[in-house]
Design a binder for this molecule. Structure first.
Ligand code: URA
Length: 213
C-alpha cells in the first residue's frame, strides 16, 4: 500500500522533515515529478495554508505556490490584510501529478487519487504538528479531504471557522487551533465570474485574518 509513513524521520524539526521528504517514495508520484515540493514558510507561522499539489512551475522550482495560482493567492492574502503575516504554505500532496505534454508545452495537472492523498498525509500531519498554527486554511476539496476525510465538501462550510479536530493517530499535544476551508485559487482562475470568485476567496481569508487579530 502507498504510504509516506516509513520515510518520516521521527524526530527533529521542519528542516529535517523537509530533507526527509525529498527522498520520499511512498507512492509512485515521485517517479515522474522533478522533485518533492515541500511546505515553505516560518516554522512559527500563526497561519498555515494547504493547497492540493504543486503545479508545473512549483515542480520545476521546488517551491509551493510560485505559479499562477500562487500569484492569485498572494493577491488575495494581501487584500485580506494577511500579506505581512508570514504564512506557512504547503500542499496535501507533495509531488506534481500530470499528463505529459508535447515538448515545450506546459504539463497538464491531474488530480491526485485518494490513495495518493492518504499516502502523503503523514507529511502534512507532521507539518501541522510542528508549525502548530493558530489558523489553518484549507484551499479546496483536496486539502479538505486529505485532512478531514473523503466526504469533505468546500461549499458546505467555506468561510466558517471551526475548532481543528484532533488529528487521528500521532500528533496530539499542541493546543488545537482553528480551521477554515475556502476555494482553491486555481478554481478562481477557472471561474466564469473571476472577480466574484476572487472576492469570495478574499472574504473567506478575511475571516481568518479577523481570527488572528
Ligand atoms: N496549486 C496548489 O495547490 N499548490 C501549489 O503549490 C500550486 C498550485
Amino acid at each position: 500500500e502507498y504510504d509516506a509513513g516509513p520515510y518520516l524521520p521521527g524526530r527533529g524539526g521542519l528542516r529535517n522533515l523537509k530533507r526527509a521528504a525529498s527522498g520520499c517514495r511512498g507512492c509512485p508520484l515521485f517517479r515522474d515529478a522533478t522533485q518533492t515540493v515541500f511546505g515553505s514558510g516560518p516554522a512559527r507561522a500563526r497561519l498555515m495554508l494547504v493547497g492540493e499539489q504543486p503545479g508545473d512551475q512549483e515542480d520545476l522550482r521546488g517551491e509551493p505556490f510560485v505559479g499562477p495560482a500562487g500569484r492569485l493567492l498572494r493577491r488575495a492574502l494581501d487584500e485580506a490584510g494577511l500579506g505581512d503575516e508570514g504564512a506557512y504554505l504547503t500542499n496535501a500532496v507533495k509531488h506534481f501529478k500530470f499528463t505529459p505534454a508535447p515538448r515545450g508545452k506546459r504539463r497538464i495537472h491531474k488530480a491526485p487519487s485518494l490513495r495518493e492523498m492518504t499516502a502523503c498525509r503523514p507529511w502534512l500531519l507532521e507539518e501541522l504538528r510542528l508549525v502548530a498554527p493558530d489558523v489553518l486554511v484549507l484551499l479546496g476539496a483536496t486539502a479538505g479531504r486529505a485532512l478531514l476525510g473523503s466526504s469533505f465538501k468546500v461549499g458546505e462550510s467555506r468561510g466558517q471557522l471551526v475548532t481543528m479536530p484532533p488529528p487521528a493517530g500521532p500528533g496530539e499535544g499542541a493546543a488545537p487551533g482553528q480551521l477554515l476551508a475556502t476555494v482553491h485559487p486555481s478554481a478562481v482562475l477557472r471561474s466564469r465570474d473571476r472577480e466574484a470568485a476572487f472576492a469570495g476567496l478574499v472574504a473567506d481569508l478575511s475571516v481568518a485574518a479577523a481570527a488572528l487579530g
